[in-house]
Design a protein around this ligand. Structure first.
Ligand code: CDP
Ligand code: CDP
Length: 253
């Protein structure tokens, strides 16, 4: 196969996907793509444009034309990315927030708002939105050597990914993590019961939509993280990836 292995990490909101994915990418020297940030950026743009979140024709037009740029200036809108951009390594050691732009607007913080979060699942359920963003994700990952996190990476974006992880945690634990994250940033967007409800709502929409719903791929390894630290989860996945590499190497000889 003409590509490096792909590591797909899927799971519900707050399971730890993006935090762990960035650490794993850092540890293994892989690229990282936060696909949720792409759906969030499109949602921000829809809200900003005053388009109704159910106006599929207007959203289709918007998503086909939008220019989304994640982290170090790699434009995901380009059909063929320059070789160079595939060498960009995310500096996740201190886990800085990866910057996100859409159509020239810097939206890194704005896409995490309660409003964007409340509407993102509705917009992400629209087939035309998924078709366009999945196409860009596949183009970006075609050479492999990448960690991609989201909801449908192992089932739909890269069903042949060499290693698939499904991260889970109870809804209570996931709400607790989000709350703690906000607290540490000196923010408090939603309180306990409302936050838990918002997470449940998103889980439900994401796992019941008709196009590539959130589900564990049959060949994904599930890791239940309620009682695991970020570093413990990272170490497990790094280990599994190394085993995958050794296995692939062995079978090529
Ligand atoms: O970080 P958090 O788990 O809160 O969400 P996210 O990964 O930023 O994803 C935000 C939303 O985008 C999800 O609730 C899904 O509705 C959608 N999404 C998706 O449909 N498919 C993906 N591959 C990634 C995200
Ligand atoms: O991307 P996803 O929504 O799955 O989760 P995240 O944004 O990576 O993680 C949500 C929060 O949980 C972050 O503040 C992490 O630091 C925290 N976390 C944790 O406390 N323990 C874990 N095992 C994983 C994440």
């Amino acid at each position: 196969r003409d590509r490096q292995p792909i590591l797909a990490i899927d799971g519900p909101a707050g399971a730890g996907k993006s935090t762990v994915a960035r650490q794993v990418a850092q540890a293994l020297g892989l690229l990282y793509l936060d696909t949720g940030a792409m759906y969030r950026a499109v949602t921000w743009m829809v809200l900003q444009s005053g388009i109704a979140v159910t106006d599929q024709a207007a959203i289709a037009e918007l998503v086909s034309q939008c220019d989304i740029v994640l982290e170090s200036g790699n434009s995901l809108n380009q059909s063929s990315l320059p070789e160079k951009s595939l060498d960009a390594r995310s500096d996740a050691r201190s886990l800085p927030t990866l910057n996100v732009w859409i159509n020239g607007h810097e939206v890194t913080a704005a896409i995490r708002s309660v409003e964007v979060t409340a509407h993102v699942s509705t917009i992400a359920a629209q087939p035309i939105v998924r078709q366009e963003l999945v196409r860009r994700q596949q183009a970006y990952g075609r050479r492999g050597g990448i960690v991609m996190d989201g909801r449908d990476i192992g089932t739909h974006v890269f069903p042949d990914a060499e290693l698939k992880i499904f991260l889970t945690a109870s809804v209570e634990e996931r709400a607790r993590r989000r709350q703690q994250e906000w607290q540490s940033q000196g923010q408090m967007h939603l309180s306990g019961a409302d936050l838990e409800q918002a997470i449940r709502d998103r889980d439900r929409i994401d796992s019941t939509r008709r196009v590539s719903p959130l589900r564990k791929a049959d060949d994904a390894i599930e890791i239940q993280t309620d009682n695991l630290s970020i570093d413990e989860v990272t170490a497990k996945i790094v280990d599994l990836y190394r085993q995958t590499l050794a296995h692939l190497h062995h079978h090529r000889l």
